[in-house]
Design a protein around this ligand. Sequence first.
Ligand SMILES: C[S@@+](CC[C@H](N)C(=O)[O-])C[C@H]1O[C@@H](n2cnc3c(N)ncnc32)[C@H](O)[C@@H]1O
Length: 282
Amino acid sequence: MRAARVVRQLRRAGCVFAEDEARLLEQHAAETGEPLEPLVQRRCAGEPLEYIVGWAAFCGVRVAVSPGVFVPRRRTEFLARVAAIFARYSGADATVLDLCCGAGAITAVLQAEVPDIRLYAVDLDPAAVECARTNVGDDVHLFVGDLYEPLPAQLRGRVDVVVANAPYVPTEDIAAMPAEARDHEQRTALDGGADGTDVARRVFDGARHWLRPGGTAFVELSGSQAVALSPNLDADLDVCITESKAYAEIVLSATAPGGADAADREQAWDEVHALLQRPRPA
Ligand SMILES: C[S@@+](CC[C@H](N)C(=O)[O-])C[C@H]1O[C@@H](n2cnc3c(N)ncnc32)[C@H](O)[C@@H]1O
């Protein structure tokens, strides 16, 4: 009876997945002993569900998210899975760098899925890095700062995979975003500058110096942004746009020249193409 009432309240407030949300709120209330009604009221007032229950599901991993820190989106699971494939093909002790790591969702997936990997992650927002620490523990090298700036210099030219879900909303589109994102997430987590590609461009500019020969950088963007940005990247980089219909996501990638592992890279791409044929797991 109570469940049906909560579903009705959530539906009236505009929650599309009211049944699922009611179940998660009730589960959270039961687990924590918090009274259900204030939780439902917070959700009806527009607070993101993930801030209320304190976590988001991402590639089957429960990622803790604290208020204000960007909530990992399901579509970014494609970026994480592609990065995991390339990390796996990079051999033992692969070095992977998650720029703009937020709550550390991508890093947490890489940690769970690829054994014996060296993980570095960076975010400008100290609250995000603190949140990432709770998700990935002490084995990951975490830094607060601007993209590559806080990294140890000895990493230059040695990174196998750079992965970044950087902010890519064009500045003037932020006002049209759902209130949940606009009012609750940091502007620095969303705003990608005039055409949305300011941070992504800097990720690729730096990748040229931090990737090892044959290493690859992967960045989530919209289709039109990927098309606009790719001709402007360093001419030495081998650039590719990959679209996943299942995840509704576009990934722009750029591979540094050289490296003795072209065959491994080809196998990794074969695995990505196989992933493109599969439906997104529920
Ligand atoms: C779209 S969110 C993505 C977070 C995380 N990668 C994810 O997918 O859940 C972008 C993140 O980039 C961070 N950020 C923005 N500009 C940055 C910069 N110049 N250097 C490092 N991090 C930055 C923001 O603080 C925010 O956490």
